[in-house]
Design a binder for this molecule. Structure first.
Ligand SMILES: C[S@@+](CC[C@H](N)C(=O)[O-])C[C@H]1O[C@@H](n2cnc3c(N)ncnc32)[C@H](O)[C@@H]1O
Length: 282
């Protein structure tokens, strides 16, 4: 039965996505679908009482402890991180920051907001020139390149999971004559190294992770005695949820929730000029 329903579901998703990519879906339809997805997620996440809400939270926390550091690490690569960089250069701002930005006032441009957020990370982590820095899940190097350019005596190491991201960052270093950057392509859940850092950052990568105890245990070995870890993690203000919510098979719900992982990727990439993603994981 499940297989029978899965086939038309897959075909519908494929059709919708190819229409979206060919710009055949009017904005009004995309907005409607996005609202529908948000509505489903909110109805799923908000529980009828504080006790139920707390119980869901505790179950979630417990389930994370039973899981590996990360699961399905190849899927996001295919969905976003190995999509050609030329696409992201069209959709993102100058810094190619693939995470939330800080719009301090209505007149801020995307470039202003990217820079404001990058600056805020440095300020809040009390970064000093000359320190050793690690950025875990560095994407196309928004923070790595910002720090390496502004703090020329810092040695900046980045970890990303995509060869196209590494190639882009290294090209930028050549163009800007930066010699203080090193990039590793690795799955953080398996990566090991003998090194320690004054400042470790992770910007919107923790959303991809599951077992935070093991992840933080690993990161702690890379921190100097007085080192600091700065994490920017986006989440819902009340309830936690997995990117793809495992739930009892319910075709109507599955259609909408399952679709969100694919649609959200494309929608956020298509409409991300100045976006701030508060609800759905990306
Ligand atoms: C939302 S992006 C944020 C990128 C970057 N920090 C920024 O702010 O522009 C998440 C990043 O996490 C990285 N990532 C996701 N899963 C990972 C994994 N298992 N191992 C290493 N990096 C991972 C991806 O390479 C991706 O660039």
């Amino acid at each position: 039965m499940e297989g029978l329903i899965q086939m038309p579901y897959d075909a519908t998703v494929k059709l919708m996505l190819s229409s979206l990519e060919r710009n055949l879906l009017p904005d009004a339809v995309v907005r409607r679908l996005t609202r529908l997805l948000l509505g489903v997620r909110l109805r799923w996440g908000y529980k009828a009482s504080a006790e139920l809400q707390l119980s869901q939270l505790l179950q979630f926390v417990h389930s994370l402890k039973e899981m590996p550091i990360a699961v399905q690490t190849e899927k996001p690569k295919e969905q976003h991180y190995e999509v050609p960089t030329s696409f992201f250069r069209l959709a993102l701002g100058k810094h190619l920051k693939y995470s939330c930005c800080y719009f301090s006032d209505k007149g801020s441009t995307l470039e202003d907001a990217e820079a404001a957020m990058l600056e805020l990370y440095c300020e809040r982590s009390e970064l000093k020139d000359g320190q050793t820095v690690l950025d875990i899940g560095c994407g196309w190097g928004s923070l790595v390149l910002y720090i390496a350019s502004k703090y020329s005596n810092c040695k900046v190491t980045g970890i990303c999971n995509s060869t196209t991201q590494k190639a882009f960052i290294e090209d930028q270093c050549r163009d800007r004559q930066l010699q203080n950057v090193e990039i590793h392509v690795a799955d953080i859940s398996k990566f090991e190294m003998e090194a320690s850092f004054d400042r470790i950052y992770s910007i919107e990568m923790f959303e991809h992770m599951k077992n935070y105890r093991d992840l933080l245990g690993k990161i702690s070995k890379w921190m100097k005695q007085d080192g600091r870890l700065f994490v920017h993690h986006f989440c819902h203000k009340v309830f936690p949820y997995h990117f793809e919510v495992p739930m009892a098979f319910n075709p109507s719900l599955l259609t909408v929730v399952g679709f969100d992982s694919l649609l959200q990727t494309r929608v956020s990439a298509c409409f991300c000029s100045g976006y701030s993603r508060g609800g759905l994981a990306g």
